[in-house]
Write a protein of this length. Structure first.
Length: 286
């Protein structure tokens, strides 16, 4: 109540910090805190709602993975959506509060890209026309790094950038904070591109492996008996798909760098392609 007191125009940072400390100290802290904050954010008093949003963002910055897991649940996201939706409180919530809620949800889609429910909730708001365009996040607003980060994250492996980021975040100058935000965004983008590349590689190898395995099974059956028309068509489809993916396998293997965690899997590419060649030879010979 003190941290969100509407009679005080400025944030009571001492109470906000004590609230965060209590969240971290209690095993049920994150879920209980969000239940309380949702009620305050839906307050008809603008200042109380804005203070509650400040407390929410401070908790996201300071209360770690347990808190992040709770904000990513539809149970809480729906409470934020009610503030924006004309079916609930959107008709009387102030524009300032609605703008801030939109900014909060959008910022989470940037910082927690792995949380599908957050992205789905935000896309639903855009689809329904409740959110017209993505808000512009303040350059000097430092948001929390995504959690959990994958192993060998750029935040951990690029020592030079990590040191620069730490130095910028400690600064009290707004231009340094803006530079820190730009650096974090570029690091996040690089992290996402790396993750997408690894995922594409793994999925391709997995698809070809399964296709080759199925082709071998059909060919073994062909040696023993005549294949049905359906199996013949399946075999031809598998063959065509694998032939199309063969050049991609070699490219994926050649693109893999020495320190890439997926190197071991990428080294399977030539062997899988060789296995594919054997199946192809058996198919064409038959």
């Amino acid at each position: 109540d003190k941290a969100t007191d509407p009679s005080i125009p400025e944030e009571n940072w001492e109470c906000v910090q004590r609230f965060c400390d209590q969240v971290n100290a209690d095993i049920e802290g994150p879920s209980l805190a969000l239940r309380l904050l949702a009620h305050k954010i839906q307050s008809p008093q603008e200042m109380e709602a804005l203070h509650a949003l400040t407390v929410l963002e401070t908790c996201v910055n300071n209360c770690g993975e347990r808190f992040h897991n709770e904000i990513a649940k539809f149970r809480f996201l729906n409470e934020l959506i009610k503030v924006l939706s004309p079916k609930y409180y959107g008709t009387w919530s102030s524009e300032k509060v609605k703008s801030r809620v939109t900014e909060v949800i959008f910022s989470w889609t940037v910082w927690f890209p792995q949380e599908v429910k957050i992205r789905d909730a935000y896309q639903m708001l855009k689809k329904q026309g409740i959110v017209k365009e993505d808000p512009k996040l303040p350059e000097d607003k430092i948001l929390p790094p995504p959690s959990p980060r994958p192993q060998n994250s750029i935040f951990d492996t690029d020592e030079e950038k990590s040191k620069l980021l730490a130095r910028l975040l400690k600064s009290n100058h707004s231009e340094d904070l803006q530079a820190a935000n730009r650096l974090i965004k570029s690091m996040i983008k690089e992290e996402q591109e790396k993750s997408a590349k690894v995922s594409r590689r793994v999925n391709t190898i997995s698809e070809v492996s399964e296709n080759v395995k199925r082709m071998d099974e059909l060919l073994e059956n062909y040696k023993r008996q005549e294949l049905s028309k359906f199996d013949q068509e399946s075999l031809q489809t598998l063959f065509q798909r694998c032939e199309k993916l063969r050049p991609l396998l070699f490219r994926l293997a050649s693109e893999t760098v020495d320190d890439d965690e997926a190197l071991g899997k990428s080294q399977l590419c030539p062997s899988i392609s060789l296995q594919l060649s054997s199946s192809t030879f058996a198919l064409t010979s038959g």
